[in-house]
Design a protein around this ligand. Structure first.
Ligand code: KG4
Ligand code: ZN
Length: 339
């Protein structure tokens, strides 16, 4: 069974073809990062318009790359939410229209379920059940995954998502958008011992997160330095980036440890843009192996938004027989446990 997947929830236009027998056939992606960079974040209207420009050429390209004809495609999966409504509508209307024209089903896919299942595209995929840490620009969640579509949200951010905190801290430091990779790069040259940032919510029981206080702490640290030195020098920028990254990674790590102790899952999956972070991967790997827990994550290009995860999730949904979609409907907000 071959599924063509379309992702347009934010600032990446991405398309892929997944085959239930032979795996991923091809995937293509166009990133709008340059378009949004001068604004320091995604401008929704510009994002929608750019998706309109790129989506059809990318669909054509992925079919050529995969060597697949229209008759061979069994279904079209598209991201139906959560995300930017205008951006989602582009993928949804194009996906639905093509599916209608070709006489095949259209499958609405939950973007975060796509991220959650992205490690399934790797050579050594995790077996269910597992604990998942979903860390993206819009979400930070710990999820108990007991089967396909059996998702229990065990904890989540009460305010900013981890990726959002990276993006905002980077902006304060005058670093490029997206902030996560920019902070990680600056942190490589930083002195980890110069500043110590707080580990939010660690003292409180439970598995929720909060990153907005860390953002304020970062702003205050920068302001203090500017006051003392007159400006933000390159070394201070790197030192703040290192302290900030250390605090976010440590907080995520401590909550994962707590979740594993409470639930006894033997596998941990990390997914979403922030799971590309090298420090997070390294620290989790060390800690989890000490606890007898196996760690899984997607290849770096499938941590951030991509079409492959949508094609895969759509294919699983089709195999489960759960496709009910007659209207073009998208949802800006869509809790994963309400699938
Ligand atoms: O999953 P994603 O591509 O989009 C959403 O669904 O939100 O995640 C994007 C987020 C951005 O906030 C970006 O700064 C962050 O992932 N990110 C990273 C890294 N690469 C991307 N954060 C920390 N370290 C990275 N290497
Ligand atoms: Zn995403």
């Amino acid at each position: 069974m071959k599924v063509l997947g379309i992702e347009t929830s934010c600032d990446e236009t991405a398309v892929a073809i997944y085959d239930s027998d032979s795996g991923l056939q091809a995937h293509v992606l166009y990133s709008q990062i340059e378009l949004h960079q001068e604004y320091g974040g995604v401008v929704p209207e510009l994002a929608s318009r750019d998706h309109v420009r790129k989506i059809i050429p990318l669909i054509r390209q992925v079919m050529v790359d995969a060597g697949v004809t229209q008759q061979e495609i069994d279904a079209i999966a598209y991201t139906a939410g959560p995300g930017l409504v205008g951006a989602l509508l582009v993928g949804a209307s194009v996906g639905k229209s093509i599916a209608y024209g070709w006489g095949i089903p259209a499958i609405p896919v939950h973007h975060m379920e796509g991220h959650l299942l992205a490690p399934m595209l790797e050579d050594n995929p995790p077996k269910m059940p597992f604990l998942a840490l979903l860390v993206s620009g819009g979400h930070t969640q710990l999820i108990g995954v007991d089967g396909f579509s059996e998702y229990n949200i065990l904890g989540e951010s009460l305010d900013d998502a981890a990726g959002e905190a990276f993006d905002k801290a980077a902006k304060m430091l005058g670093l490029d958008y997206p902030g996560g990779p920019a902070i990680a790069k600056a942190a490589e040259h930083g002195d980890i011992g110069r500043f110590t940032f707080p580990r939010p919510m660690i003292g409180k029981p439970g598995l929720n997160f909060s990153f907005s206080g860390l953002k304020t702490y970062c702003m205050n640290t920068i302001e203090d330095c500017v006051e003392q030195q007159g400006s933000l020098d390159e070394q201070t920028r790197c030192d703040v980036a290192a302290a900030f990254q250390d605090a976010v990674v440590d907080t995520l790590l401590l909550k994962c440890k707590r979740a594993i102790k409470q639930t006894n899952y033997k596998r941990l999956v990390i997914a979403g843009g922030v799971s590309a972070n090298t420090l997070l991967r390294e620290r989790l790997k060390k800690t989890m192996s000490g606890m007898g827990v196996e760690l899984f994550y997607p290849r770096v290009e499938f941590c951030t938004d991509n079409g492959a995860m949508i094609a895969y999730a759509g294919c699983q949904r089709l195999l489960e027989g759960g496709v009910v979609d007659h209207a073009i409907q998208v949802k800006a907000r869509w809790p994963l446990d309400q699938l």
